[in-house]
Design a protein around this ligand. Sequence first.
Ligand code: ZN
Ligand code: ZN
Length: 811
Amino acid sequence: MPEFCDVALPVPLDMAFTYRIANGIQPAVGGRVLVPFRQRRMPGVVVELHDREPKVQAKNIISALDSSPVLDDQLLQLGRWIANYYLAPLGEVFRSMLPLAAEFKHSINYRITDEGRLALHQASMSGSSGRSRRTPEEQLAEFRVLDYLSERDMAREVSLRAAARASKTVLEGMVRKRWIAREDLSDARDGARMMKFAILKNVEGRLNANQRTLIDTLAAAGGRISVEALRGLAVPRTTLATLVKRGGVEITEEPAGFTLSGLKARPSQFDFQLNAAQQDALKNVQREIAASTFSGILLHGVTGSGKTAVYLAAMKSVLDAGQSAILLVPEIGLTPAVAANLHQVFGDEVAILHSALSAQERAEQWHRIKRGETRMVVGTRSAVFAPVSDLALIIVDEEQDSSYKQDETPRYHARDVAVMRAKMANAVVVLGSATPSLESYFNAKKNKYALLELPDRVEQRPLPEVEIVEMRQEFQETGHEQVISRKLAEEIRERIEQKEQVMVLLNRRGYSPVVLCRACGKTLECKNCAIALTHHKRTHRMECHYCGHIAPVPKACVHCGSEYVYFLGTGSEKLEELLHGMFPQARIGRLDRDTVRGREDFERALNALNEGELDLLVGTQMIAKGHDVHGVTLVGVVGADAALGFPDFRAAERTFQLLTQVAGRAGRGQKPGKVILQTYFPDHYAVQYAAQHDFAGFYDKELRFRSWMHYPPYSAIANVLVRSGKLDEALRWSGVLGQWFEKTRHEGVRVLGPAAAPILRLKKDYRYHFVLKSPSREKLNALLRAMVAHATQHKIPRTQVIVDVDAVWLM
Ligand SMILES: [Zn+2]
Ligand SMILES: [Zn+2]
């Protein structure tokens, strides 16, 4: 065994830490170990075993947590790629890749120090430790703490405080005096549901009948079976023990597998009716899989063209060939109905990883996948790290969806990680969308990906007709600001009379987004963010949509005391109320983050629509996402173009995508659909091309702008955000970095900034940023790396300089 191991720890430091291997512990590369780090014990992943003596004395590792590596070579390599590409500490990357935190319990512990023993000695000699401003009660409490700790190695905080009747403040004071030391422990959880497994080893010598039965059963199960399952055999319990003693069988203990409650459905006969275009796409995907080399495919299918059927058919063929597949879906896409569908197709062979799983369930699913009990994995962003072996196919559904980008360290994009993982595994990656991102479509046009098109809706259903209503003109003709235009109102009335269904999109939740004082002109802002608070009428409060801060509804201006406060603008809550007033007989539902708390709420609203229990559904972009409701013949779009005013180069792309997606909800059943698109920007190309269902047209136009402005896909970009709770610190740090960028030679990288971030203050932090663009990823990466090193030299904490490579939001 080598003498040392390098361990990646989940701390914001770009380095691995060297520990000495001792006490017969046998760590493995890719396995987890428990190590002492500062005042704590921490689990980390072993990245290297070696014999190089470090300059400073290495501490001993405490224990190895896994008998076999939790990260195989490929996932280790993928983690390194992410750490390098997104400039994230490797240990933090591994933490994101391994959903195993539930296997640890965290506790705060204290032990007495030598200084503490001395103080205890003096106190017991003199009865007091003298010259102190502490009250006699505090001194007594300290004495009890020292006394209690002197009799044991260590005590948990809860027991210590109870036994010594000491407050947290007393303990903190004692830590500062170095009388006691605090240790935060992470230990493998004893309480986790563990399960014993029997593993077949070499069996030598003669076996009796019982032993033979047991060995045969084990062999038939592939050499590994739960001990519980063996108990079902008609052999005495001692048989297993005897075989273990003889070395023929080994027993291991692992976390129990996840049991799918009541979902034991047998895989049904696969009976998707694929049309010619779908079959063609499927054949293409299958051919690439059969080639067993990396290949990227962009599946561009209009809304309602049946992409999902192609995904499932391709996955089924992977399963039949004994290989593995991963399907990534956007955050909102994994409803219980979708899960039920997947179980119908794949039975117990599918693991579904969604946000409603507890940490414990997540860990159990992970082990199931790792053991190879399930080879089909469906999940949101982090499912891209599922520990499947023999990976043949990764599908990224709605690949343009921004929920694939993680908004904390490591800031990876699951689509791009999926492409890299497929490359490493010689697998096929399929990116699917009705509105592909500019980057992916560009790659397809450059022949980096094969482009497969599904140009028509299933059963030759037509795409909906789109009518644009100019809201400026509406204002001139009616003399006042309208939320619902006359045209939209008329069309809604018609549908309701004909017992057809309507969806209305307004991508802003709450009642009124702005509260304005007419006397002093100020708005009511969040105390943590430079963002106006939104009025929520039903809950009767003001809410910040960025940090969650809640304030009472003001009766007077908080700045000048004037009573002339006005509630301006319309959110989805107010829109629902307006529609109730206009169509009192209609049954109206609302779908936004205020009405949807979990996946079930989301599904319930959609079911109500599907079952015809609703005439009208109002909502934010949630209503636009990929679901299939057949009775909707009209979609109204209210204020979806507001984003066009945002200072973000992706604003047009996002607006085009949202308009196309929501329009795609209309006319998915027997009757053709119609879309009324209200806009203040009727001539904007994003609005025009969306109205014409012309993706290629939009793409060409937008690409020209991107090229002129040196934005992706022509340049790689990174957003560097400097933040601090103190304004002068944020300014000073961004000044330090700004000067460094100015003095440094960096050919081929444009640096814009420092500038105030579009949202200057967020969650109590002041924020300044730089935008870096370069046609060369290598140069951009090198410059960012040097910048991070410079920031560290100037003692700017790593957590306060956020590097976001391929940022999807510049806010
Ligand atoms: Zn005022
Ligand atoms: Zn806020």
